[in-house]
Design a protein around this ligand. Structure first.
Ligand code: 5GP
Ligand code: ZN
Length: 113
């Protein structure tokens, strides 16, 4: 396994407050939330960034997005949430394991910073 915090969370080797998991993904609360609801949705497969995803990942990535809608509804933010991927250092990516940020529970500004 790569030395990767999100792989460790997915494997149950590091603690996180998990809100959903299935064969493709694990979703857990962000340690440093940027909104009242801030969930990270990560594939079990170690993909460093969205730029590294391959055509064979398409169905799995689609299921991640469907899970985001489901989680948002479960957490009561289905009527207004944002799904964000920071891709690369210039975009603010700090953890090199693909993850979707699900943000909600407050008014979100546009454009983002
Ligand atoms: P990025 O900047 O890579 O898009 O987002 C990484 C996110 O992971 C940040 O929002 C950060 O708070 C979160 N994070 C980093 N390490 C951990 C951890 O060990 N546990 C949890 N729950 N979140 C983490
Ligand atoms: Zn990983």
């Amino acid at each position: 396994m790569p030395d990767c915090i999100f792989c460790k969370i997915a494997a149950g080797e590091a603690k996180a407050r998990i809100v959903l998991e299935d064969e493709d993904l694990v979703a857990f609360l962000d340690l440093n939330p940027q909104a009242p609801t801030h969930v990270l949705i990560v594939p079990r497969k170690h993909i460093p960034s969205l730029s590294d995803a391959e055509p064979g990942d398409a169905a799995m990535l689609g299921r991640l997005q469907l899970a985001a809608g489901k989680i948002a509804a479960q957490l009561g933010v289905g009527d207004g949430f944002r799904l964000v991927v920071n891709n690369g250092r210039k975009a603010g990516q700090a953890v090199d394991h693909l993850h979707y940020h699900l943000l909600g529970g407050r008014r979100l500004q546009w454009p983002p910073g």
